[in-house]
Design a protein. Structure first.
Lengths: 235, 230
């Protein structure tokens, strides 16, 4: 689904990604991990066609996102950290606005709210939702056009364990429907519970890419230990 | 379709924007009080039109863009198929419609037709276009509401002030310079349209169109840069 080959991205004198090669297979849940500033957001921007690689090649579903940004974004759903809803609009208005941008009917917004179990909140202002409700609404907004690729950035950040577990169940159900999921998170338990494979970025370079179980075996004993060891080596 | 959806979203937000409703009521209230009291709105009508257009359209475009950046909702929009120019165009359209509606209501309140309706219409259109394009530039350049407030008020005061000053009464050199800046042409068109005084319509329109198109080109370039080079 996503193939990055030898990708380098520089912003002036700053190198955000350096010779990154990575493949995310269709239907898998891939965890993109790394400390802040490791290059996760830049990777998303390249995949969404919002930035052009300085060197190397990016392909999403066989297409170059820079040349076909609109077509790629039409197949993509994105949940950015914090949900990023319009607080002054109701839940339904937030979704209907995005339904229009993706060219799907209003009914798709209602269906997505139903699927995420938040249909009863449709007339509430987004600014008055709890964190858990916001994330569910943001997820509903991201899937209303039935994307084949979903990018989730810290989807359960700040949620209580019950709300996080509910969201995990929703993400698993999306995966079972064949959606490819690119997950960025600092919660290792979440990554272990949801991801088939994990790529670890450090200073714009891919330092490890494997299943959570193998990463634990090689750099463990836990995924947190593996994360700390692999990122500490740079310091 | 995307453009219409973005405009619809802007209207939903406007519906609940108490600050904007307060501004609209204030401008209409001021115009209504003066219209009741004065027989001839000779000076007041063009002034209130300038203030309404620049504070309304300009502020709305700036605030709307800066708030989107500050709340990061612009990022959510940019990962949809919507193009940056559609996003900015929708914001501008709502500001333009609001300013046009307010101007029409203010003119109706005075219950007397302008002496040169076409000249007044040209002045209103050009002022609204320029206010939108310059407001968008401030909105694109500003990082957040706090930093934008540092230069938003001086720029707005300069725009309004420089537009309502009767430059034709200044010395020859200043009056001539102001002819080629985006202030005196609007002033002449609005005052001339309302009072019927002769106005160089073609030259003034050309000057305003030049600045508006130039600003729009800069807006588009900067927005594209911001969307792709972060």
């Amino acid at each position: 689904m996503i193939v990055l080959t030898g990708v380098t991205k520089c912003y002036g004198s700053v190198t955000a990604l350096s010779d990154l090669s990575l493949e995310v297979r269709t239907g898998e849940t891939f965890g993109l991990l790394g400390p802040n500033g490791a290059g996760k957001t830049t990777t998303l921007r390249l995949v969404a066609g919002l930035a052009r690689p300085t060197r190397g090649q990016v392909r999403v579903a066989g297409l170059d996102p820079w040349q076909n940004g609109e077509a790629i974004r039409r197949q993509m759903g994105v949940v950015l950290e914090g949900g990023l809803l319009y607080d002054g609009l109701t839940v339904l208005e937030n979704l209907v606005l995005f339904a229009g941008l993706f060219g799907v009917p209003r009914q798709a917004a209602l269906d997505a709210l139903e699927q995420m179990g938040v249909a009863d909140l449709q007339h509430r202002l987004a600014g008055r939702l709890s964190k858990g409700q916001r994330q569910r609404v943001a997820l509903a907004r991201a899937i209303l056009h039935r994307p084949c690729l979903l990018y989730l950035d810290e989807p359960t950040s700040g949620l209580d364990p019950a709300a996080a577990a509910e969201l995990h169940a929703l993400i698993r159900s999306l995966r079972s429907q064949g959606v490819t999921i690119l997950l960025s998170s600092h919660d290792m338990a979440e990554v272990e519970a949801l991801c088939d494979r994990v790529g670890l970025l450090r200073e714009g370079r891919l330092v490890a890419c494997d299943t959570p179980a193998r990463l634990k075996e090689t750099h463990g004993p836990s995924l947190t230990d593996a994360f700390i060891r692999l990122t500490r080596r740079a310091n | 379709m995307r453009y219409i959806s973005l405009i619809q979203g802007e209207f939903w937000a406007l519906k609940r924007n108490r600050r904007m409703w307060m501004f609209i009521l204030m401008m209409l209230g001021m115009a209504a009080v003066y219209a009741l009291d004065a027989q001839d709105g000779g000076t007041f009508v063009p002034v209130v039109l300038v203030v309404t257009i620049y504070t309304g359209t300009w502020q709305m475009t700036v605030n709307s863009l800066v708030e989107e950046k500050e709340r990061r909702t612009l990022e959510a929009l940019l990962v949809t198929p919507a193009r940056p120019l559609e996003i900015i165009g929708a914001k501008a359209t709502v500001g333009i419609l609001l300013a046009a509606l307010l101007s029409a209501v203010i003119l109706l309140l005075f219950r007397q037709p302008p002496r040169s309706p076409l000249v007044l219409l040209a002045g209103l259109g050009l002022a609204i276009g320029f206010a939108t394009a310059s407001g968008a530039l401030i909105g694109i350049v500003a990082r957040d509401l706090k930093t934008s407030s540092l230069y938003r008020t001086p720029v707005l005061a300069l725009l309004v002030g420089a537009t309502i000053v009767p430059w034709q009464e200044s010395g020859w050199a200043i009056a001539e310079i102001m002819r080629w800046l985006p202030t005196r042409p609007v002033q002449e068109l609005l005052w001339g349209g309302w009072t019927g005084a002769p106005v160089p319509l073609t030259r003034n329109s050309a000057v305003m169109l030049f600045y508006t198109l130039l600003l729009l080109a800069v807006d588009a370039r900067m927005l594209r840069q911001q969307a792709t080079q972060r």
